[in-house]
Ligand binder design. Structure first.
Ligand SMILES: Nc1ncnc2c1ncn2[C@@H]1O[C@H](COP(=O)(O)OP(=O)(O)OP(=O)(O)O)[C@@H](O)[C@H]1O
Ligand SMILES: [Mg+2]
Length: 307
Protein backbone atom coordinates (compact mmCIF):
# COMPACT_ATOMS: atom_id res chain seq x y z
CA UNK A 1 0.00 0.00 0.00
CA UNK A 2 1.47 3.37 -0.97
CA UNK A 3 2.24 5.98 1.66
CA UNK A 4 0.01 8.58 0.01
CA UNK A 5 -3.05 6.36 -0.26
CA UNK A 6 -3.88 6.91 3.43
CA UNK A 7 -6.46 9.49 4.45
CA UNK A 8 -4.41 10.53 7.49
CA UNK A 9 -0.67 10.53 8.17
CA UNK A 10 0.30 11.26 11.78
CA UNK A 11 3.86 12.56 12.12
CA UNK A 12 5.31 12.14 15.59
CA UNK A 13 8.65 12.00 17.45
CA UNK A 14 10.61 13.64 20.26
CA UNK A 15 10.59 17.47 20.59
CA UNK A 16 12.71 19.26 17.97
CA UNK A 17 13.57 16.23 15.80
CA UNK A 18 11.97 17.70 12.66
CA UNK A 19 8.29 16.67 12.79
CA UNK A 20 7.17 19.98 11.29
CA UNK A 21 9.81 19.86 8.53
CA UNK A 22 8.86 16.25 7.71
CA UNK A 23 5.13 17.13 7.70
CA UNK A 24 5.80 20.01 5.29
CA UNK A 25 8.04 17.87 3.06
CA UNK A 26 5.45 15.06 2.89
CA UNK A 27 2.70 17.61 2.28
CA UNK A 28 4.53 19.12 -0.68
CA UNK A 29 5.36 15.73 -2.17
CA UNK A 30 1.75 14.56 -1.86
CA UNK A 31 0.37 17.84 -3.27
CA UNK A 32 2.73 17.64 -6.23
CA UNK A 33 1.55 14.12 -6.95
CA UNK A 34 -1.90 15.66 -7.55
CA UNK A 35 -3.56 15.12 -4.15
CA UNK A 36 -5.39 17.83 -2.24
CA UNK A 37 -3.49 17.96 1.00
CA UNK A 38 -4.02 19.65 4.34
CA UNK A 39 -1.34 19.83 7.04
CA UNK A 40 -2.99 20.14 10.45
CA UNK A 41 -0.78 21.54 13.19
CA UNK A 42 -1.95 20.70 16.72
CA UNK A 43 -2.14 22.56 20.06
CA UNK A 44 -2.14 25.94 18.31
CA UNK A 45 1.30 25.60 16.64
CA UNK A 46 1.70 27.77 13.52
CA UNK A 47 5.12 26.83 12.16
CA UNK A 48 4.09 25.48 8.75
CA UNK A 49 2.95 28.79 7.19
CA UNK A 50 6.31 30.29 8.29
CA UNK A 51 8.22 27.66 6.29
CA UNK A 52 6.35 28.82 3.17
CA UNK A 53 6.62 32.53 3.98
CA UNK A 54 2.83 32.81 4.40
CA UNK A 55 0.77 34.36 7.24
CA UNK A 56 -1.30 31.85 9.19
CA UNK A 57 -5.11 32.12 9.35
CA UNK A 58 -5.13 29.94 12.48
CA UNK A 59 -8.07 27.54 12.64
CA UNK A 60 -9.13 28.39 9.08
CA UNK A 61 -7.24 26.72 6.21
CA UNK A 62 -4.43 28.81 4.71
CA UNK A 63 -3.32 28.00 1.13
CA UNK A 64 0.42 27.32 0.74
CA UNK A 65 0.55 26.07 -2.86
CA UNK A 66 -2.32 25.28 -5.28
CA UNK A 67 -2.89 21.79 -3.79
CA UNK A 68 -1.52 22.28 -0.30
CA UNK A 69 -3.09 24.09 2.67
CA UNK A 70 -2.55 24.16 6.40
CA UNK A 71 -4.47 25.00 9.55
CA UNK A 72 -3.70 25.17 13.23
CA UNK A 73 -6.01 23.31 15.61
CA UNK A 74 -6.43 24.55 19.17
CA UNK A 75 -8.31 22.44 21.73
CA UNK A 76 -10.70 25.28 22.59
CA UNK A 77 -11.69 25.98 18.98
CA UNK A 78 -12.08 22.23 18.37
CA UNK A 79 -14.33 21.92 21.46
CA UNK A 80 -16.32 24.94 20.29
CA UNK A 81 -16.71 23.39 16.84
CA UNK A 82 -17.90 20.12 18.32
CA UNK A 83 -20.28 21.55 20.90
CA UNK A 84 -21.83 23.98 18.45
CA UNK A 85 -22.38 21.13 15.97
CA UNK A 86 -24.32 19.42 18.78
CA UNK A 87 -26.24 22.25 20.44
CA UNK A 88 -26.25 24.78 17.59
CA UNK A 89 -26.37 27.68 20.05
CA UNK A 90 -23.10 29.60 20.33
CA UNK A 91 -24.40 31.65 23.25
CA UNK A 92 -24.89 28.46 25.26
CA UNK A 93 -21.36 27.34 24.44
CA UNK A 94 -19.96 30.63 25.68
CA UNK A 95 -22.08 30.41 28.80
CA UNK A 96 -20.79 26.95 29.72
CA UNK A 97 -17.33 26.51 28.20
CA UNK A 98 -16.00 30.01 28.56
CA UNK A 99 -17.35 30.10 32.10
CA UNK A 100 -14.40 30.65 34.43
CA UNK A 101 -15.78 28.29 37.05
CA UNK A 102 -16.88 25.42 34.80
CA UNK A 103 -14.11 25.85 32.20
CA UNK A 104 -11.27 24.39 34.33
CA UNK A 105 -13.37 21.29 35.16
CA UNK A 106 -13.90 20.65 31.47
CA UNK A 107 -10.18 21.16 30.81
CA UNK A 108 -9.43 18.51 33.41
CA UNK A 109 -11.35 15.71 31.66
CA UNK A 110 -8.58 13.25 30.74
CA UNK A 111 -7.85 13.16 27.04
CA UNK A 112 -10.59 15.64 26.14
CA UNK A 113 -8.25 18.18 24.51
CA UNK A 114 -6.59 15.49 22.42
CA UNK A 115 -9.84 13.78 21.48
CA UNK A 116 -11.48 16.95 20.25
CA UNK A 117 -8.42 17.80 18.17
CA UNK A 118 -8.58 14.34 16.59
CA UNK A 119 -12.33 14.80 16.17
CA UNK A 120 -11.54 17.89 14.14
CA UNK A 121 -9.05 15.88 12.02
CA UNK A 122 -11.80 13.28 11.49
CA UNK A 123 -14.25 16.00 10.40
CA UNK A 124 -11.66 17.38 7.99
CA UNK A 125 -11.39 13.99 6.28
CA UNK A 126 -15.19 14.05 5.84
CA UNK A 127 -15.38 17.62 4.54
CA UNK A 128 -16.76 17.92 1.00
CA UNK A 129 -16.50 20.58 -1.71
CA UNK A 130 -18.46 20.20 -4.93
CA UNK A 131 -19.47 16.69 -3.94
CA UNK A 132 -15.95 15.34 -3.46
CA UNK A 133 -13.63 15.29 -0.44
CA UNK A 134 -12.03 18.68 0.12
CA UNK A 135 -8.85 16.90 1.30
CA UNK A 136 -7.53 13.63 -0.09
CA UNK A 137 -4.92 13.50 2.66
CA UNK A 138 -4.65 15.16 6.07
CA UNK A 139 -1.16 15.21 7.55
CA UNK A 140 -1.20 15.72 11.32
CA UNK A 141 1.90 17.38 12.78
CA UNK A 142 1.33 15.62 16.12
CA UNK A 143 2.74 16.62 19.51
CA UNK A 144 6.13 15.31 20.70
CA UNK A 145 6.37 11.60 21.67
CA UNK A 146 4.73 10.71 24.92
CA UNK A 147 2.11 13.28 24.31
CA UNK A 148 1.82 12.08 20.69
CA UNK A 149 1.13 8.56 21.89
CA UNK A 150 -1.41 9.84 24.43
CA UNK A 151 -3.11 11.73 21.64
CA UNK A 152 -3.25 8.65 19.46
CA UNK A 153 -4.88 6.69 22.28
CA UNK A 154 -7.12 9.52 23.44
CA UNK A 155 -10.21 8.46 21.49
CA UNK A 156 -9.99 5.03 23.13
CA UNK A 157 -9.56 6.67 26.56
CA UNK A 158 -12.65 8.76 25.89
CA UNK A 159 -14.60 5.65 24.82
CA UNK A 160 -13.71 3.97 28.12
CA UNK A 161 -14.82 7.11 29.95
CA UNK A 162 -18.14 7.62 28.19
CA UNK A 163 -19.08 3.93 27.58
CA UNK A 164 -22.41 4.69 25.85
CA UNK A 165 -24.33 7.59 24.34
CA UNK A 166 -23.85 9.93 21.37
CA UNK A 167 -20.34 11.04 22.38
CA UNK A 168 -19.25 7.41 22.72
CA UNK A 169 -20.52 6.71 19.20
CA UNK A 170 -18.66 9.69 17.79
CA UNK A 171 -15.32 8.90 19.44
CA UNK A 172 -15.74 5.28 18.37
CA UNK A 173 -15.81 6.44 14.73
CA UNK A 174 -12.70 8.58 15.32
CA UNK A 175 -10.92 5.68 17.02
CA UNK A 176 -11.88 3.28 14.21
CA UNK A 177 -10.44 5.58 11.57
CA UNK A 178 -7.25 6.29 13.50
CA UNK A 179 -6.54 2.66 14.29
CA UNK A 180 -7.24 1.38 10.79
CA UNK A 181 -3.91 0.77 9.01
CA UNK A 182 -5.55 1.44 5.63
CA UNK A 183 -6.87 4.84 6.71
CA UNK A 184 -4.17 6.12 9.03
CA UNK A 185 -0.41 5.77 8.68
CA UNK A 186 2.18 6.76 11.28
CA UNK A 187 5.48 8.48 10.55
CA UNK A 188 8.06 8.33 13.35
CA UNK A 189 10.77 10.97 13.18
CA UNK A 190 14.12 10.64 14.91
CA UNK A 191 17.64 12.06 14.85
CA UNK A 192 20.86 10.07 14.37
CA UNK A 193 21.80 10.51 18.05
CA UNK A 194 21.62 8.06 20.92
CA UNK A 195 18.87 9.71 23.01
CA UNK A 196 16.37 10.40 20.21
CA UNK A 197 16.93 6.92 18.76
CA UNK A 198 16.36 5.32 22.19
CA UNK A 199 13.13 7.25 22.46
CA UNK A 200 12.01 6.07 19.02
CA UNK A 201 12.71 2.44 19.98
CA UNK A 202 10.75 2.99 23.19
CA UNK A 203 7.86 4.54 21.24
CA UNK A 204 7.91 1.59 18.84
CA UNK A 205 7.62 -0.81 21.76
CA UNK A 206 4.80 1.14 23.38
CA UNK A 207 2.82 1.38 20.13
CA UNK A 208 1.63 -2.23 20.49
CA UNK A 209 -0.86 -3.12 17.78
CA UNK A 210 -0.44 0.30 16.16
CA UNK A 211 3.04 -0.81 14.99
CA UNK A 212 1.49 -2.15 11.84
CA UNK A 213 0.41 1.43 11.05
CA UNK A 214 4.00 2.70 11.00
CA UNK A 215 4.73 3.56 7.35
CA UNK A 216 7.97 5.48 7.77
CA UNK A 217 10.74 5.74 10.33
CA UNK A 218 12.70 8.87 9.46
CA UNK A 219 16.24 9.60 10.54
CA UNK A 220 16.44 13.35 10.04
CA UNK A 221 19.50 15.64 9.90
CA UNK A 222 21.98 12.97 8.82
CA UNK A 223 25.44 14.48 8.37
CA UNK A 224 27.31 13.63 5.16
CA UNK A 225 30.70 11.91 5.44
CA UNK A 226 33.50 14.26 4.33
CA UNK A 227 35.65 11.36 3.00
CA UNK A 228 34.51 8.67 0.62
CA UNK A 229 37.33 6.17 1.29
CA UNK A 230 38.01 4.60 4.70
CA UNK A 231 41.37 5.64 6.06
CA UNK A 232 41.44 8.95 4.11
CA UNK A 233 40.91 10.94 7.27
CA UNK A 234 43.91 9.51 9.14
CA UNK A 235 46.12 10.02 6.06
CA UNK A 236 44.95 13.64 5.73
CA UNK A 237 45.35 14.24 9.46
CA UNK A 238 48.92 12.96 9.46
CA UNK A 239 49.95 14.78 6.32
CA UNK A 240 48.43 18.16 7.24
CA UNK A 241 48.80 18.57 11.00
CA UNK A 242 51.29 21.07 12.39
CA UNK A 243 51.72 22.92 9.08
CA UNK A 244 49.80 26.08 9.83
CA UNK A 245 47.35 27.48 12.39
CA UNK A 246 44.60 27.68 9.77
CA UNK A 247 45.06 24.06 8.73
CA UNK A 248 45.11 22.92 12.37
CA UNK A 249 41.82 24.72 12.99
CA UNK A 250 40.33 23.02 9.95
CA UNK A 251 41.60 19.66 11.20
CA UNK A 252 40.13 20.22 14.67
CA UNK A 253 36.76 21.02 13.09
CA UNK A 254 36.93 17.92 10.90
CA UNK A 255 37.80 15.84 13.95
CA UNK A 256 34.61 16.99 15.68
CA UNK A 257 32.66 16.20 12.53
CA UNK A 258 34.19 12.70 12.41
CA UNK A 259 33.22 12.21 16.08
CA UNK A 260 29.66 13.11 15.24
CA UNK A 261 29.68 10.64 12.37
CA UNK A 262 30.75 7.88 14.75
CA UNK A 263 27.83 8.71 17.05
CA UNK A 264 25.56 8.78 14.03
CA UNK A 265 26.76 5.34 12.91
CA UNK A 266 26.13 3.95 16.41
CA UNK A 267 22.63 5.47 16.54
CA UNK A 268 21.80 4.17 13.05
CA UNK A 269 23.03 0.70 14.02
CA UNK A 270 20.97 0.70 17.23
CA UNK A 271 17.85 1.74 15.35
CA UNK A 272 18.24 -0.80 12.56
CA UNK A 273 18.89 -3.66 14.97
CA UNK A 274 15.81 -2.80 17.09
CA UNK A 275 13.19 -2.11 14.42
CA UNK A 276 12.01 -4.52 11.74
CA UNK A 277 11.96 -1.79 9.09
CA UNK A 278 14.75 0.37 7.70
CA UNK A 279 14.80 4.10 8.28
CA UNK A 280 14.50 6.75 5.56
CA UNK A 281 17.42 9.12 5.98
CA UNK A 282 17.12 12.85 5.37
CA UNK A 283 20.29 14.97 5.13
CA UNK A 284 21.11 17.82 7.47
CA UNK A 285 20.65 20.99 5.41
CA UNK A 286 23.16 23.73 6.09
CA UNK A 287 22.49 27.44 5.97
CA UNK A 288 19.11 29.11 6.58
CA UNK A 289 16.16 26.96 7.77
CA UNK A 290 14.82 24.68 5.01
CA UNK A 291 12.40 26.51 2.66
CA UNK A 292 10.07 25.16 -0.09
CA UNK A 293 12.93 24.14 -2.42
CA UNK A 294 14.68 22.02 0.20
CA UNK A 295 11.37 20.68 1.51
CA UNK A 296 10.54 19.52 -2.00
CA UNK A 297 13.84 17.59 -2.17
CA UNK A 298 13.26 16.07 1.30
CA UNK A 299 9.71 15.11 0.28
CA UNK A 300 10.98 13.21 -2.77
CA UNK A 301 13.39 11.28 -0.50
CA UNK A 302 10.55 10.37 1.85
CA UNK A 303 8.47 8.96 -0.98
CA UNK A 304 11.46 6.93 -2.17
CA UNK A 305 9.77 5.84 -5.40
CA UNK A 306 6.49 5.09 -3.58
CA UNK A 307 3.79 7.26 -5.23
N1 LIG B 1 16.99 18.17 7.69
C1 LIG B 1 17.17 19.34 8.31
N2 LIG B 1 18.26 20.10 8.02
C2 LIG B 1 18.46 21.26 8.66
N3 LIG B 1 17.66 21.78 9.60
C3 LIG B 1 16.56 21.07 9.92
C4 LIG B 1 16.26 19.82 9.30
N4 LIG B 1 15.12 19.34 9.85
C5 LIG B 1 14.73 20.24 10.78
N5 LIG B 1 15.57 21.29 10.82
C6 LIG B 1 15.51 22.47 11.71
O1 LIG B 1 15.51 21.96 13.05
C7 LIG B 1 14.61 22.70 13.87
C8 LIG B 1 13.55 21.75 14.44
O2 LIG B 1 12.77 21.24 13.37
P1 LIG B 1 11.17 21.15 13.50
O3 LIG B 1 10.59 22.43 13.95
O4 LIG B 1 10.65 20.54 12.24
O5 LIG B 1 11.10 20.08 14.69
P2 LIG B 1 9.81 19.61 15.50
O6 LIG B 1 10.02 18.17 15.82
O7 LIG B 1 8.59 19.96 14.74
O8 LIG B 1 9.94 20.50 16.81
P3 LIG B 1 8.81 20.71 17.96
O9 LIG B 1 8.81 19.45 18.77
O10 LIG B 1 9.33 21.91 18.69
O11 LIG B 1 7.51 20.96 17.25
C9 LIG B 1 14.03 23.79 12.97
O12 LIG B 1 14.79 24.95 13.14
C10 LIG B 1 14.21 23.25 11.55
O13 LIG B 1 14.34 24.28 10.60
MG1 LIG C 1 6.94 21.13 15.33
Amino acid sequence: MSLLSHRILMVTGKGGVGKTVVSAALGLAAAESGKKVLIAETSGAQRIPELFGVTSSGYTATALTPNLSTLSITPLEAIEDYVIQQIRVRRLFNLVFRNRIIGPFIDAVPGLHDTVQLGKVFDLTREKSWGRPTWDLVIVDAPATGHGLTMLNSAKTMMDLTRTGPMYEQVRLVHEMLSDPKETGLVLVSLPEIMPVSETIDLWERLGEAREQVRRVVLNCVYPAPFTQPGCWSVAQEALSGRSEGLDEGLALTERWMGRLEQQAEARQRLSSSLPMSAFELPRIFGPPPGPEQLRALGAMLLGGDQ
